[in-house]
Design a binder for this molecule. Structure first.
Ligand SMILES: [Fe+2]
Length: 287
């Protein structure tokens, strides 16, 4: 699927006839495109959260030069560890803990907080002596029109901003903390967006594919480790996107998604975090 391009002023929703999938006179629109933009907006975030866009690729979220400089710093001063191999195979390298690491334990354990402290210390100087997460949060806050702040678990600020390298691909899976780890967040977000800022990409491969399919209990019959057999998304609509260094991508990680193995030279490294849409402000009503 080739990305559709929308400028800032154009509406993200395209009501073109070819999106109308209804079998009678009452229209129903598919709305699962990849939107490509140079300027992330609040509306993009809301569209992903609402499920009316498959993924948004933000071109030049940072410059490619900034991304390359951070990569150089990672290579010299921030060695990547990896997920527990018993949970994630093929191996995925990372700096910083994921709440996922603690799903089996049922709590954010001491190892989580210690790994978080170490990762923040290592990450804090990677972008010209400052923390690249501050930049990444700043860009999103600017689009959102309000602050981006860490979620809390039992009153403590959770870690965000893992640096992750995927080489051999990621299986079809979903991430939905409130379903996989109930109670860990002090406040339930109304919706989710996952953000990947690409610090480095490869010559070929490494595409992200998002399927218009949320986890269903019946999918468990087709589970292999953390991932699912492609049969569960057979016939589903999907959105596939490829980023360049400095780009960012947002999508709803409750939808099943996968990453293709990389090929050719280069590394696929992202700074990644989830964004919960908090339930504050007025409620909007209509009939
Ligand atoms: Fe994921």
């Amino acid at each position: 699927m080739s990305p559709r391009t929308h400028s800032v002023v154009e509406p993200v929703v395209d009501r073109a006839e070819d999106h109308n999938r209804s079998v009678n006179a009452s229209p129903i629109f598919t709305l699962f495109d990849v939107v490509e933009t140079e300027q992330l907006t609040r509306e993009h975030i809301l569209q992903v959260a609402a499920g009316t866009v498959g993924a948004v690729v933000i071109r030049d979220f940072s410059s490619a030069d900034v991304a390359a400089d951070i990569m150089e710093s990672i290579q010299t001063s921030a060695p990547l560890g990896h997920y527990d191999e018993a949970l994630i195979w093929p191996q995925i390298a990372k700096l910083g803990p994921a709440a996922y690491d603690c799903y089996a334990a049922g709590e954010l354990d001491e190892a989580y907080w210690e790994t978080a402290r170490q990762a923040v210390a290592m990450r804090s100087t990677l972008m010209y002596g400052s923390d690249p997460l501050d930049f990444a949060f700043g860009r999103v806050a600017e689009a959102w029109g309000d602050a981006v702040i860490p979620a809390r678990s039992r009153g403590s600020e959770m870690f965000a901003g893992m640096i992750r390298e995927i080489h051999s691909g990621a299986k079809i899976h979903f991430d939905e903390i409130v379903r996989e780890f109930p109670g860990v967040l002090d406040e339930t977000p109304a919706s989710f967006v996952t953000m990947n800022w690409f610090l480095s990409t490869t010559e070929s491969g490494g595409e992200t594919t998002v399927y218009r399919h949320r986890w269903r209990p019946l999918d468990e019959a087709h589970r292999d480790g953390y991932g699912y057999d492609p049969i569960v998304v057979d016939g589903e609509l999907s959105a596939t996107a490829l980023a360049r260094p400095g780009d960012a991508m947002i999508f709803d990680s409750r939808n099943l998604h996968s990453v293709a193995p990389v090929s050719g030279s280069g590394r696929r490294v992202t700074l990644s975090y989830f964004l919960g849409i908090a339930g504050h402000g007025p409620l909007l009503s209509w009939s």
